[in-house]
Design a protein around this ligand. Structure first.
Ligand code: NAG
Ligand code: NAG
Length: 370
């Protein structure tokens, strides 16, 4: 009442209008700032939510990877549980003549996998000297170790787990061979050991691990003896096993710059076919065969990162130019051997005395006809 009375005077009226304008202005400003605060708040809230979501998502995928890993570990442990076979020390040597080149009419398996990546690395143990070979028998649970670069015996463990748990090579049973192995070329398949020996000439020896007998020795006719990988000069020839059979990687003579490949008959050790892989021996440290494709691993004289830098597919489905350069996870020195297990799709590497398992991711080979 008083205010209205006051504002009814013309002079005061102006003042009142000003007051009101001021009030309106203040209110407006407050409203505006509240709106701003609200906007800021919602923005922060949304951002926070976004962050939480990303963190949650990362957590979930992390868990997924861990679950996947744990599952793989379980599978891994489960696959290694069959009883140990006895090894008798007696020997029986069956000499063989030179290899004959068999006619090539083998029915090829439908093997269409190619390595997509080196998925993970597991350093299992450090046992033995800087160079050696360790390889599982793809057809049993047993694992075999060749310490050093030559010898007359090898170490046998009933499983990878057993080796992992052991206090070292001495705690295992040792198998005496009678004929010396040389280099890192040994392979095991279905209770049979295949290894390279060379005195005057290069020979492949087949040894029955269940009976303890040498069942075959095949001479490999080479013009001159020269290491197959320049970074591992002790390895004259390298035997590889994959889903398709037995392979021999070698150099046909000292002037040959490339790695040659021979397909061997697992039973008779006869040569079925030979190829020039086109992959140079220079700076090669190891190679392995998976699904009929040779993967050659290169390094430098001063060990740096090992990498698959040359591939050769006997079925011509993987072209070198298309194969990606694949680096091994950075680890210790250099591989003295890499052995592929076709059953598990993993590589067993001996790296400066460390026994390492690389898990591989496979993908389908690209069909040239499509
Ligand atoms: C393994 O080989 C190294 C040499 O490379 C040697 O010093 C060591 O004694 C060997 N270990 C066994 C158990 O034979
Ligand atoms: C490995 O060793 C651990 C402890 O030392 C033991 O609990 C486990 O049973 C062993 N596993 C095998 C397969 O020997």
């Amino acid at each position: 009442q008083i205010l209205m009375f006051y504002c009814s005077f013309p002079m005061h009226r102006i003042i009142c209008i000003f007051d009101r304008m001021q009030l309106w202005h203040d209110q407006n400003r407050q409203y505006h700032s509240e709106q701003q605060d609200f906007k800021k708040l919602t923005h922060e809230l949304m951002e926070g939510l976004g962050r939480d979501y990303i963190a949650l998502y990362k957590d979930l995928s992390g868990t997924e990877v861990r679950v996947d890993r744990a599952e793989k570990e379980m599978e891994y442990v489960e696959t290694w549980t069959s009883p140990r076979a006895c090894v008798h020390p007696e020997e029986k040597v069956l000499e063989r003549g030179e290899w004959s080149l068999k006619e090539m009419n083998q029915n090829k398996h439908d093997c269409e996998d190619v390595i997509a990546s080196i998925r993970s690395v597991k350093i299992l143990k450090r046992a033995g000297g800087p160079k050696g070979v360790w390889t599982p028998d793809p057809k049993s649970s047993k694992v075999y170790l060749f310490n050093g670069t030559s010898g007359e015996s090898l170490f046998q463990f009933k499983s990878v787990r057993d080796f992992f748990n052991s206090s070292g090579l001495h705690s295992s049973s040792s198998v005496k061979l009678g004929v010396e192995w040389t280099g890192s070329g040994s392979a095991v398949y279905s209770d049979h050991l295949y290894y390279v020996t060379h005195a005057e000439e290069v020979q492949v020896v087949k040894f029955d691990l269940t009976s303890g007998f040498i069942t075959d020795i095949a001479m490999f006719p080479l013009a001159s003896v020269s290491p197959v990988y320049s970074l591992n000069p002790e390895t004259i020839a390298d035997i590889a096993v994959d889903d398709q059979g037995l392979w021999l990687l070698y150099a046909s003579n000292e002037k040959e710059p490339n790695i040659n490949l021979a397909k061997l008959d697992r039973q008779s050790l006869d040569i079925e076919q030979i190829w020039d892989t086109g992959c140079p021996r220079e700076n090669a440290e190891a190679a392995f065969v998976a699904c009929g494709t040779v993967y050659v691993v290169y390094n430098t004289r001063l060990p740096s990162r090992s990498r698959i830098q040359c591939v050769f597919d006997v079925n011509g489905m993987v072209v070198n130019e298309e194969a990606p350069l694949m680096y091994f996870p950075r680890r210790f020195g250099a591989h003295s051997s890499l052995k592929y297990n076709p059953e598990e799709k993993q590589l067993y590497g001996w790296d400066d005395g460390y026994q390492i398992i690389y898990r591989l991711t496979m993908k389908r080979k690209m069909m040239a006809t499509q």
